[in-house]
Design a protein around this ligand. Sequence first.
Ligand code: DX5
Ligand code: ZN
Length: 221
Amino acid sequence: KRDFKIAPSILSADFARLGEEVDAVLKAGADFVHFDVMDNHYVPNLTFGPMVCKALRNYGITAPIDVHLMVDPVDDLVKTFADAGATYISFHPDASRHADRTVKLIRDLGCKPGVVLNPAVTLESVKHLLDQVDMLLLMSVNPGFGGQKFIPYTLDKLKEARARLDDAGLEARLEVDGGVSTANIADVARAGADTFVAGSAIFGAQNYESVIKQMRDTLAQ
Ligand code: DX5
Ligand code: ZN
């Protein structure tokens, strides 16, 4: 059985009470804080920057913060997020002129590097990076918004990614992001994911504990 991690995306949290919300989902059993950074350039939406990550650390959040950079350019923000307490820093290679250099930069700054593939981007494009990253993040929606529908064809890419990582004996986490819920988490796990981002499915739920428990029970089957 893989070491499953649940990573609520704070994009769907109540930003007016962000510290309390993050505290609540972690107390409810979540593992990572999925931190969606959008710059209204790489994606058509604008969220929050490194100062909010720092604010969560100052508030007392000690869990891993899984920063998902939907920004272009990437490198300058890698430095500020490393200083702001990020744990994982994942970026879209198509948003960086020099993806290999960006992966090395993230690791040199003491964070865990990840690369993110949009639904239509092939695994082939990152084959030279898979042995350098701590996380491969596969988007199952087109980035920019929470609450979108899971794109079914991404399951095929997920199966291929699981095979590539296993065949190469690589330890990188395989994270799926977008439209994940209690209804499809079993299929996503069966296809090979070990880390599950969920925004609207968790923050839209009445009770964080019960929805996270339902996800874990489903994964344990
Ligand atoms: C979308 C973000 C996702 C999103 C997931 O661009 O990267 O992390 O917040 O939200 P749900 O789970 O509601 O699809
Ligand atoms: Zn994300």
